[in-house]
Design a protein around this ligand. Structure first.
Ligand code: SAM
Length: 187
């Protein structure tokens, strides 16, 4: 049998799992308002925001690229929708140690950060369907993402908020049990 190698065009191969869109080169994709209407939380900080913040995000303070929110001090309940790509893990690491807030990221169970940080949070809500993020170039347009998303909660307040919107997906609470310590093939 002949082996047929199908080469993906370079442009298509780059799209991957980020918000890189077929119709826009923007890297600015904002969380849609329904997420905050469902969470019903007031955040102290959005550490990665565009200049001036996103108008519908209920956060008292923001850090922008100029400030580099990653190196700033985080206080109180944090809303985190980090910049996409290879730095996602640095933001989740910071949240892992901060342990107070909610993060929205792609449901990438293949990534190191999922196993290092997400599963050690207090709860994860696997959202049903795909989120239509809001395009930062043109606030009136939206773009469906290329994969599912999860909301991750650290701390009692954040977990309570995810419990309040559990009809939006499948909620997993972390009870601290290390199931994988059991022998995998111990029959
Ligand atoms: C995915 S968007 C999320 C925006 C908003 N927080 C939300 O939930 O819709 C990530 C934002 O992080 C900003 N950003 C990128 N690098 C940053 C940095 N080092 N420090 C702070 N903000 C940064 C981008 O400009 C962008 O507005």
């Amino acid at each position: 049998m002949a082996l047929v190698i199908i080469k993906m065009p370079k442009k298509q191969a780059k799209l991957g799992f980020t918000h890189e869109s077929q119709k826009s080169k923007t890297v600015e994709w904002y969380t849609p308002p329904w997420i905050f209407e469902s969470l019903r939380l007031e955040f102290e900080l959005d550490p990665c925001a565009p200049a001036g913040g996103v108008p519908w995000i209920p956060a008292k303070r923001v850090y922008t690229k100029e400030d580099n929110g990653l190196v700033q001090k985080w206080e109180g309940l944090v809303w985190l929708n980090p910049p996409y790509g290879r730095y996602t893990q640095d933001w989740l690491k910071k949240m892992h140690y901060h342990r107070e807030g909610v993060a929205l990221v792609f449901a990438r169970t293949d990534c190191a950060w999922f196993h290092e940080y997400a599963i050690k949070a207090d709860a994860i809500l696997f959202l049903r369907g795909r989120i239509a993020f809001v395009d930062g170039d043109n606030i009136t347009e939206s773009m469906g993402s290329t994969s599912g998303s999860i909301l991750i909660a650290w701390g009692e307040v954040a977990v309570g908020a995810l419990k309040g919107m559990k009809e939006k997906g499948y909620l997993v609470l972390n009870n601290g049990e290390e199931a994988h310590e059991l022998p995998l093939f111990g029959l």
